[in-house]
Write a protein that binds this ligand. Structure first.
Ligand SMILES: Nc1ncnc2c1ncn2[C@@H]1O[C@H](COP(=O)(O)OP(=O)(O)O)[C@@H](O)[C@H]1O
Ligand SMILES: [Mg+2]
Length: 401
């Protein structure tokens, strides 16, 4: 593999950190961009340089930032978005970015439709795919009406992440509980609340698909995994997951995305519904998934490496997932102490068999976990700083004022 082309990873959460480690270990010069200077992911030894920037900042300023970054790197670099904001920005400004960066050109309207859960519901319906019963109520009556239609619990989410408001999710058993929640009421007032019937089952009824589609929308990497535990439990991110073969999930997701002409990296969340025996697509993230390092193939390929190969015009070998591989987010240890669904030490330890990689810890790169621990001890540092130069470079020498 030719590793001369640098990579810019937009977002240094544990997904971005995983990309820096995966490509950095091969010798690729990785540059990291994150909205906060104190982000633990920026502490990795695998960054050649880092910069602080909020990709949701006004587009003209962000384009200016990207030009300065490109000049600092000194050659065309592969661009890997790991957040919705970065994927949206990259798709919206593909023309302007193409001179300095290599990336999968994603159709902007499709990226917009996928990140907006209201429009995702329309795409699923148009493709004839089943989805849990969903509503976008505009007032309290609408919330009560939906609660009456649904038998079990309701999950409430933010519908469109581009609208103001925080990323918030809750599982509730009644309309009153939802309306009493300050965040829920706020999203309702903003017209950005989505309600969905909670598809019953344990964490292991939640599935993931991570993959890569080339410029012809051919799927060049397809990985399927099952969540074993989530954090927070019930409706969170995968904290313990296993790579597993599931032809039904793979075929359904690939057909859906091909039908949309999808290109680039993707991360999909699904839920198995025992009532009709079908898998329901919940969420399609048009970017690198945070838990993508669960998915590694026999040759060590993962979605970031496949995206890098394709962007640099190198052949992509056929991908053979390592089934049974487990991956863990450190928060999984909270399963030992939480009030409900607590598990014993022996059962927890047994469930870690097969864990090959952790989200934050790596023996050859311990700083991100240390920084994260220190930040926990000191409490959350004050708000993020904007417009700082790549590490080690005085700000005013690099940044336009
Ligand atoms: N309707 C639902 N029924 C059951 N579990 C759900 C439902 N919606 C979300 N979840 C759980 O919560 C997780 C996060 O929800 P998701 O829709 O993917 O939102 P986000 O955009 O925050 O990732 C899912 O992966 C799933 O495990
Ligand atoms: Mg999701």
């Amino acid at each position: 593999m030719n590793t001369e082309t640098p990579v810019v990873v937009l977002g240094a959460g544990y997904g971005g950190l995983g990309a820096a480690r995966s490509l950095g270990r091969l010798g690729v010069a990785a540059w990291g961009v994150h909205s906060r200077r104190d982000a633990p992911g920026l502490a990795s030894r695998y960054w050649r340089g880092t910069a602080v920037w909020d990709m949701a900042a006004p587009a003209e300023e962000t384009l200016g930032f990207m030009r300065v970054l490109a000049a600092r790197i000194g050659r065309r670099a592969v661009l890997l978005p790991t957040t919705d904001a970065a994927a949206l920005f990259t798709a919206a400004h593909a023309g302007a970015l193409a001179a300095d960066f290599l990336f999968a050109a994603q159709p902007l309207e499709l990226v917009r439709a996928l990140v907006d859960k209201r429009r995702l519901q329309q795409l699923l319906a148009a493709a004839g795919l089943p989805a849990p019963r969903t509503a976008f109520p505009s007032d309290a009556d609408g919330v009560r009406r939906f609660a009456r239609e649904v038998d079990g619990s309701i999950v409430a989410k933010e519908a469109d992440p581009r609208m103001p408001g925080v990323s918030w999710k809750a599982v509730a058993t009644s309309a009153d509980a939802l309306l009493a929640d300050a965040e829920g009421a706020r999203l309702l007032a903003l017209g950005n609340l989505m309600l969905q019937e909670y598809v019953a089952g344990g964490d292991e009824a939640s599935w993931m698909f991570d993959g890569y589609f080339d410029s012809q929308s051919a799927c060049r990497a397809a990985f399927v995994g099952q969540k074993l535990r989530q954090y927070p439990p019930g409706a969170g991110v995968a904290s313990l997951a296993v790579c597993a073969r599931n032809d039904e999930v793979e075929a359904m997701v690939v057909a859906f995305l091909r039908g949309l002409g999808y290109r680039g990296m993707v991360d999909v969340d699904l839920r198995y519904d025992a009532r009709d025996g079908r898998y329901k697509i919940l969420d399609v993230n048009p970017r690198l998934g945070a838990a993508f390092r669960l998915f590694v193939d026999r040759r060590g390929l993962d979605v970031a490496r496949v995206a890098y190969l394709d962007a640099t015009g190198q052949a992509i070998p056929s991908v053979e997932p390592l089934e049974g591989r487990r991956w863990m987010l450190e928060e999984d240890a909270t399963a030992l102490v939480r009030r409900d669904r607590r598990i014993g030490v022996l059962a927890w330890t047994a469930s870690l068999r097969g864990v090959r990689e952790l989200a934050w810890f790596a023996a050859d790169d311990p700083r991100p976990l240390l920084v994260r621990g220190l930040r926990g001890v000191r409490g959350r540092a004050a708000g993020g700083a904007h417009r700082r130069g790549p590490s080690g470079v005085p700000v005013r020498d690099v940044w336009p004022s």
